[in-house]
Write a protein that binds this ligand. Sequence first.
Ligand SMILES: NC(=O)C1=CN([C@@H]2O[C@H](COP(=O)(O)OP(=O)(O)OC[C@H]3O[C@@H](n4cnc5c(N)ncnc54)[C@H](OP(=O)(O)O)[C@@H]3O)[C@@H](O)[C@H]2O)[C@H](O)CC1
Ligand SMILES: [K+]
Length: 488
Amino acid sequence: MLKIIKGSDVRHLDSLHIQRKGISSLLLMENAALGFAEWFNSQSYLGNERVAVFCGAGNNGGDGFAIARLLSKLGWKVTLFTCFEPGTLLSPDAKSNFDLVPSAVRLQSWKEFNPSSFDVLIDAYLGVGLKGELRKEAKDIIQAINSFQGQVLSVDVPSGLPSDSNCSWECVRASHTLTFAFPKLALLFPENAQFTGELVVIDIGIEDSELMEIDSDYFFLQKKDVPNYHRKFNRFAHKGDFGKILLVAGSKGKMGAAYLSAKSALRTGSGLVTCLIPESERFIIQSSLPETMVVFEDQVDYSKFDAIGVGPGLGIDSVEVLEKVLDNYSSPMVLDADALTILSKHKNLIKKVPKGSILTPHLSEFERLFGKTDSHLERLKIAKEFCLHYSLNVLIKGANSVICLVDGRQIFNSSGSRFMATAGSGDVLTGMLTSFLGQGYSPEQALICGVFQHGLAGEIAGKEKLRSTIASDILEAIPETFKQLSIS
Ligand SMILES: NC(=O)C1=CN([C@@H]2O[C@H](COP(=O)(O)OP(=O)(O)OC[C@H]3O[C@@H](n4cnc5c(N)ncnc54)[C@H](OP(=O)(O)O)[C@@H]3O)[C@@H](O)[C@H]2O)[C@H](O)CC1
Ligand SMILES: [K+]
């Protein structure tokens, strides 16, 4: 899994890599530019677009000079806009690449930029080397870039955005950010989505093991990481091996939530799924989902279940139901939706939640539990302290959901689609997470597989159904996620 390190540690990472591989820093810059140019060429541009490249005086600008050269060689009509005064000392690698810019590339100052003369803009003005507050001229340059109406592709980070925090000023508003080696932390904050646009991670040859040598608690989860976290079952496995789970979900008028969680758990591979529901509502589940069983509060033996999920559609007045589960079950469980709202009103119950359990708040549930927050960075800090203090896992749901583990590690998910913001999407996830826990996955494994596959199922459903996507489409795409990951 990729580690997300601080922007200020990138130099250290580069020197580590350069030493190990015996290559020059200039070659690393060339790899970055090649990766960018390759991605650019893979897009469905017509081939006659006029490309503007804005370049600063540091290594981000150096990437831009190299990109301008490569794109020009590939036949694109490139104009390079310098974002520094004549005579400015360039960084050594930027200078080497500036000297290699071919004569076919027109050179102009950013002050001469006419937005209507271009079709695509490449922003290689400022990267992770930004220090302190943005200077006046930088603000003017960023404004000029943002006056452009076409696609803006930012190199490494949108210029002006600090790599690991928020800012109070206007940054480049990119349609895509092509970031090198690993995503910079700030690119994953929801409040910066307006600047980042679509995020693409470009491999420049730096290995996961090299990133691992640098201290950080942040990680980035990608498709290739997920199969390693799955349990392998042999051909003698029987339904008992796939776990017996209990879903404490649903109430009058909210039985759909129980249905969605239960069906998702079955699709995720649970052997036996039982729903604890109000007796008056039993016909709904029994007739719509014959594969599940139902039990009622006075007859349930919690201890016989391999995992329990509590919350979807439960009703926020079901305090006693939740308390009973907490008093009678000691293995990790999943707490979602109304269970979280109850916890936020009855904080004394938190200490009863079994260690290793998973809490899955979306942003408003998070604020109900932990209070108002001003930034994602603040949320991450609060979640980390909570996880360490109570030995609980917290999943902060949203685009790039963050898996906050009991030991302080925080993993950003890369799968998902904007079409997943639909009623019942969270109920599907609860079913999936509880299912994996019941199949003997550790909470960390369940979170990694469940969160990634839920996002992937959303991508698959969203591709087909676009804004018409509903939670049932997401759950019906779960089998395809196993197929894509080659998990049998
Ligand atoms: N391993 C990798 O990921 C690689 C990344 N590469 C690219 O290198 C940049 C980082 O390059 P660096 O030279 O460290 O810094 P930048 O180019 O991002 O920024 C330096 C320039 O920014 C000016 N600056 C700094 N602070 C401000 C500010 N507050 N306001 C305005 N301007 C600012 C600075 O000007 P000075 O006058 O202060 O010197 C510099 O001009 C990384 O992002 C990647 O794109 C490499 O290609 C190798 C591999
Ligand atoms: K940039």
